[in-house]
Design a binder for this molecule. Structure first.
Ligand code: PGA
Length: 252
C-alpha cells in the first residue's frame, strides 16, 4: 500500500500568487515518487489554478457540504469539488468540530464525499488524555458514529487520520510514535469489529499533529503510520518535501 502525505494549508496563504509560489516550490523539491501519494489541500478558491501547475501532487479540499445542492449559503458541494477534479476531502477536522460539527454531520459529509467518488480523509482525535484512558472510548464513539451505515466496500476507500487535538497547532507538541502505534492498533480493532478483519488491512491510518521533518521518520518506523496529515509544515516547501522523502524512502 502506498503511503500518503496530505498537506492542509488551512486559511493560508492570502493570495493566489503566494499559493502558486509555494506549490511550485514544493513540486520542485519533491523527489520522484513511486511509493507515496501527495495531496495538498489549499483554500478552495485556489484549487483550479494549482491543478494546472503539476500532476505530481493531487489536490484536495479541506471541507465539504453534507448537502447535495441548493440554498446553503457559503457551502461547497462534493459534486462541485468532483467537477474541479478534486480527489480527496478532509472531513471532520478538529478545527471544524470546534465550531460545532458533530459526528452526525461528519457521517453525512462522508456519505456525500463517497457518493461523488471522492476519498474522505476522516479526522478523529481526543481533546485530552485522561488517566483512566477514557479517551479510547471517545475515539471508538467518534469512529463508529462517523462511519455509521457506510458499506464494507466503501470503507476501504476511506483514510483515517488520527489527530489528537492536544497535538495540533502552534505551541502544541506531537504525540509520541509509540502513542500513535498503540492508537493505530486500537483504531484497527474498532474498524475490524464493525466491518470485519479483511477490510482493515486496506484502510490507511495516518498521523497528524505537529508533524515535521524531524519526527516523521519515527512515526513511520515505530508508529507504523501509513502517512501524515500536516498543517504548519505543509506551508514550508523544504520541510514538506523532506517529510515526503521520508515516506518514500521508508516504503522501499
Ligand atoms: P499541525 O496541524 O501540523 O500544524 O499541528 C495539523 C492539522 O491540523 O491537521
Amino acid at each position: 500500500m502506498k503511503k500518503i502525505v496530505v498537506g492542509n494549508w488551512k486559511m493560508n496563504p492570502s493570495s493566489l500568487k503566494e499559493a502558486e509560489n509555494l506549490f511550485e516550490k514544493i513540486v520542485k523539491l519533491m523527489p520522484r515518487l513511486k511509493n507515496t501519494e501527495v495531496v495538498v489541500c489549499p483554500p478552495v478558491l485556489f484549487i483550479e489554478e494549482l491543478e494546472e501547475i503539476s500532476k505530481k501532487i493531487k489536490i484536495g479540499a479541506q471541507n465539504v457540504s453534507s448537502e447535495k445542492e441548493g440554498s446553503y449559503t457559503g457551502e461547497v458541494s462534493a459534486k462541485m469539488l468532483k467537477n474541479m477534479r478534486v480527489k480527496h476531502v478532509i472531513v471532520g477536522h478538529s478545527e471544524r468540530r470546534k465550531i460545532g460539527e458533530t459526528d452526525i454531520d461528519v457521517n453525512r459529509k462522508i456519505k456525500a464525499t463517497l457518493s461523488s467518488s471522492l476519498v474522505p480523509v476522516l479526522c478523529i482525535g481526543e481533546e485530552v488524555r485522561d488517566e483512566d484512558n477514557k479517551y479510547f472510548d471517545f475515539i471508538k464513539t467518534q469512529l463508529r458514529d462517523s462511519l455509521e451505515n457506510i458499506s464494507k466496500s466503501d470503507i476501504t476507500k476511506i483514510i483515517v487520520a488520527y489527530e489528537p487535538v492536544w497535538a495540533i497547532g502552534t505551541g502544541a507538541s506531537a504525540a509520541t510514535a509509540t502513542e500513535f502505534f498503540e492508537m493505530g492498533i486500537f483504531i484497527k480493532k474498532v474498524l475490524s469489529d464493525k466491518f470485519g478483519l479483511k477490510v482493515v488491512s486496506k484502510i490507511r491510518i495516518i498521523y497528524g499533529g505537529s508533524v515535521d521533518e524531524k519526527n516523521a521518520e519515527e512515526f513511520i518506523k515505530i508508529g507504523k503510520a501509513d502517512g501524515f496529515l500536516i498543517g504548519r509544515a505543509s506551508l514550508n516547501a523544504e520541510k514538506f518535501s523532506k517529510i515526503i522523502k521520508t515516506c518514500e524512502v521508508s516504503n522501499r
